[in-house]
Design a protein around this ligand. Structure first.
Ligand code: AMP
Ligand code: TRP
Length: 327
């Protein structure tokens, strides 16, 4: 039996090379080793205001990108959260087993609610209970997430343990798995912060669907420092970040890369990096365009994905309801 991997991605903002290098690429590479489920979490997206038409467009776009980077619907499952009702239903039940104090400790809520200026929804506060439901519905072994989500996976374990201790063994306890340090891609305009989907500044991120000239402009304008030498030096975050992106796109080792740029300037590095990224994203962009010619096909892959996971989700939910005395 393969171990089950579950991960979620929000259909908001633009998917960027940080998402690709830090997450999607690894998902593709692990398809044979694990039983992967990827959920496009539209119910999480509405914890902050979304325009309906745009949410639908973004949901399909994320799906298209997942298939374009190489997620094979024959091996892995991709589905949309709101199409499997058990997520919302289990989230409600888990709410009733989650002490307020646990939820109040979540640091991401504190940060995200600051950006919302007075219009913070209860859903945003409760977001981690829905995430716990996502994970626990599928007897998940591993949850690949970024550092920022680790606390939510730990909360998921706590909720599962609490439920299990009251009703007996019901949920499998998931483990968070972090990508390696090299895969924390930083903002091009500010290499001291993580490249993020929610930053809207032009020049912050290279998005997977950016046209070649935008990629070139963004990389040429990336913030560096006033030194000269091109080395993997963590103390120089701008150059370090560009070198890491180069390393991950080319697969070359660090010594070779430093030798290659010996005596050259930042402009040379940026020029070459821009071409490496343009070429690296090219095949994915063509596959994406190809797929998008037939949106109905993408929708049908998503419907198939939901149909494939629904029985598992419903089985787990039924066991929970039975234990709690519902229905
Ligand atoms: P998010 O953009 O927060 O929805 O994250 C989707 C996935 O991409 C998660 O697994 C994150 O850990 C990963 N990810 C997001 N931003 C970065 C980044 N700057 N560098 C590496 N991985 C990232
Ligand atoms: N909260 C995650 C994020 O913003 C997305 C997510 C929702 C998720 N449900 C999940 C991630 C379940 C892993 C497992 O990135």
């Amino acid at each position: 039996m393969k171990k089950r991997v579950f991960s979620g991605i929000q259909p908001t903002g633009n998917i960027h090379i940080g998402n690709y290098l830090g997450a999607m690429r690894h998902w593709v590479a692990s398809q044979d080793k694990f039983d992967n489920i990827f959920c496009i979490v539209d119910l999480h997206a509405i914890t902050i205001p979304q325009e309906a038409g745009n949410l639908r467009v973004k949901t399909r776009e994320v799906a298209g990108l997942l298939f374009a980077v190489g997620i094979d619907p024959g091996k892995s499952t991709v589905f949309v959260q709101s199409q499997v009702e058990a997520h919302a239903e289990l989230a409600w039940i888990l709410n009733c087993f989650t002490p307020m104090g646990w939820m109040q400790r979540m640091t991401q809520f504190k940060e995200k609610s600051k950006d919302q200026k007075g219009q913070v929804s209860v859903g945003l506060f409760d977001y981690p209970a829905l995430m716990a439901a996502d994970i626990l519905l599928y007897d998940t072994d591993y949850v690949p997430v970024g550092e920022d989500q680790k606390q939510h996976v730990e909360l998921t374990r706590d909720i599962a343990q609490r439920f299990n201790s009251i009703y007996g063994e019901t949920f499998r306890l998931p483990e968070p798995v972090m990508p390696d340090i090299g895969a924390r891609i930083m903002g091009l305009d500010d290499p001291t912060i993580k490249m993020s989907k929610s930053e809207e500044r032009q020049g912050h991120a290279v998005n997977l669907l950016d046209p070649p000239d935008d990629i070139r402009t963004k990389i040429m304008r990336a913030t560096t420092d006033s030194l000269r030498e091109i080395r993997f030096d963590l103390k120089r975050p701008g150059i370090y970040n560009l070198l890491v992106i180069y390393e991950l796109f080319t697969g070359r080792n660090r010594a070779d890369i430093e030798a290659r740029f010996e005596g050259k300037g930042y402009v040379d590095l940026k020029r070459e990096l821009a071409e490496v990224v343009v070429e690296g994203l090219g095949p994915l962009q063509s596959r994406y365009k190809e797929l998008m010619r037939d949106p109905a096909h993408i929708d049908s892959l998503l419907t198939d994905g939901a149909a494939r996971v629904r029985p598992t989700a419903e089985r787990v939910l039924a066991a929970v309801k039975d234990k709690v005395g519902l229905g």
